[in-house]
Design a protein around this ligand. Structure first.
Ligand code: BES
Ligand code: ZN
Ligand code: ZN
Length: 488
């Protein structure tokens, strides 16, 4: 969607649809106050009233949208309202609309414009790539919004809206990747996608194919990918470079383009959404796109380990012992606990960048859904300062995270008798033992693991800026975390 900022009063600009957002209790502008009884629109959160204002007012249709009380109007509120405006435009089948806010928000104009644009961009997203009957009310696409500002606020609102648009596009990019079917987005195709992203943004991209992985000893990725005709791959996407005062941050993503469970085959219903098992890598792709477009003054390295987990005569088996890139051996007890195995190679690889932090994102365990449900990302790690930063970024970005403990006793649970580690430690604390497994491969580097197995997918969107299926979770969180590092 195209979002522009214009100077002037929206009420006097010609448009098919104008959206006027009003705080609760604020009087309506005199031009329209007389058009309706005051009690019909109070500006309560998400309240909407559609008017057909007479000339000389500009908009053919005028939607009054409630922002709620001023003291509760936080960043998230503005995301909601931006998205609601788009939903209404879609329902009215109006492709372009104008939008303005009556009164001053309690947050900075920059943040309000950012959130507004984020909300619009995310709210406009739908996955219709495979629909051939596109011209229905359901699939109508909203393409343009013009945000109206006072001349003295033009610059701040324009830069806020630009940021929001870039972040929103990072999220919809991730959603597109997650929503792509497994046959069309294989590990090799994900590698092509990384190359295309590099060409588009200037990121330095390197992709290792199966032969290169073999040569370098990526035993974990190779084991998991062995059973599929679609060969595994590994991607490195680099923004900026390491220098004094510029910390290196590694973002690591799980890129299982399809997880059938392998020989430890999943039941049919659990497999339905398993094209989304690369959502961690989609978050890394989306965040890297944003980092490049914002040109953040950081050295950020995105690492994605990708494979397809399939059952075949060639698959890795329960009982196999895999030698990972680190040299550590892993006893495979369940081939469905494959994420931690491919991630072990990527995490070990991250150490060569001497990073200030390694932040890894994965749809790692069903257990996180039992612990936290479908809407919350689990966070685990050993570096409290890093966990605090990410939790804060979660609050600000709207992608909240909740911590589970990583005490020593949990680390004992993934030790194997016949190998250094085992890839499964039973159902108790399933998310934590998966995280402690990962932690064995990061050395002493500050490490955080984000388990998005619940939050990466939704069948029932609850917020106006959400869309069914891939959520694009992780992009906003990672970007907020990195922007915070870039500020200080
Ligand atoms: N990709 C799954 C985790 C998952 C489950 C993601 C549900 C999204 C929704 C992962 O590879 C997996 O299967 N984990 C197993 C581990 C177990 C065998 C130790 C699980 O969670 O059941
Ligand atoms: Zn699995
Ligand atoms: Zn998986």
């Amino acid at each position: 969607m195209e979002i522009s900022v214009k100077i002037g009063n929206m009420l006097h600009e010609v448009a098919e649809l104008g959206v006027l957002c009003v705080f609760e209790g604020n009087p309506l502008p005199p031009e329209i106050a007389h058009l309706l009884p005051a009690e019909d629109f109070r500006g309560t959160a998400n309240q909407k009233v559609l008017l057909y204002p007479p000339a000389p007012l500009g908009p053919r249709r005028l939607l009054l949208l409630g922002l709620g009380s001023v003291d509760k109007a936080d960043i998230e509120r503005f995301r909601h309202v931006g998205a609601l405006a788009v939903q209404e435009a879609r329902a009215l089948q109006v492709a372009e609309f104008t939008i303005g806010v009556q009164g001053m928000p309690p947050i900075s104009l920059f943040d309000a414009a950012d959130a507004f644009a984020e909300g619009m961009e995310m709210g406009a997203y739908r996955f219709w790539r495979y629909r051939t009957n596109l011209h229905t009310a359901q699939t109508f696409e909203v393409t343009k919004a013009a945000v109206f500002a006072q001349p003295e606020n033009d610059e701040i609102i324009s830069s806020g809206a630009r940021l929001g648009q870039i972040i929103g596009r990072g999220v919809t990019y991730a959603r597109d990747l997650v929503n792509s079917p497994g046959y069309s987005l294989t590990p090799e195709k994900l590698g092509d996608e990384a190359v295309a992203l590099g060409q588009r943004t200037g990121l330095k991209v390197t992709v290792f194919n199966k032969a290169q992985l073999t040569e370098q000893g990526f035993g974990g990725i190779l084991a998991v990918g062995k059973g599929s005709v679609n060969e595994p791959s590994f991607m490195i996407m680099e923004h900026g470079q390491a220098s004094a005062g510029t910390p290196t941050i590694c973002l690591v993503g799980k890129g299982l383009t399809f997880d059938s469970g392998g020989l430890s085959l999943k039941p049919a219903d659990a497999m339905e959404t398993m094209k989304s098992d690369m959502a961690g890598s989609a978050a890394v792709f989306g965040a890297m796109q944003v980092v490049a477009e914002l040109n953040l003054p950081l050295h950020v390295v995105g690492l994605v380990a990708s494979a397809e987990n399939m059952p075949s005569g060639d698959s890795y088996r329960p009982g196999d012992i895999v030698t990972t890139l680190s040299g550590k051996t892993v006893e495979v007890l369940n081939t469905d606990a494959e994420g931690r195995i491919i991630l072990s190679d990527a995490l070990f690889y991250a150490q060569r960048y001497n990073p200030a932090a390694i932040v890894e994102v994965s749809t790692l365990t069903g257990a996180i859904i039992i612990a936290l449900g479908m809407r919350t990302t689990g966070i685990m790690g050993t570096d409290q300062a890093l966990l605090d930063r990410l939790s804060k970024a979660g609050e600000v970005s709207g992608e909240r995270v909740w911590a589970l403990p990583m005490w020593d006793e949990y680390h004992q649970m993934v030790k194997s008798e016949v190998a250094d580690l085992k890839n499964m430690a039973g159902r108790p604390a399933g998310s934590i033992t998966a995280a402690t497994f990962l932690a064995a491969f990061v050395g002493d580097y500050p490490f955080a693991h984000l388990d998005i197995a619940g939050s990466a997918w939704t069948n029932s969107p609850a917020k106006p800026y959400e869309s069914a299926r891939g959520t694009g979770v992780g992009v906003r969180l990672l970007v907020e975390y990195l922007r915070g590092l870039a500020r200080n």
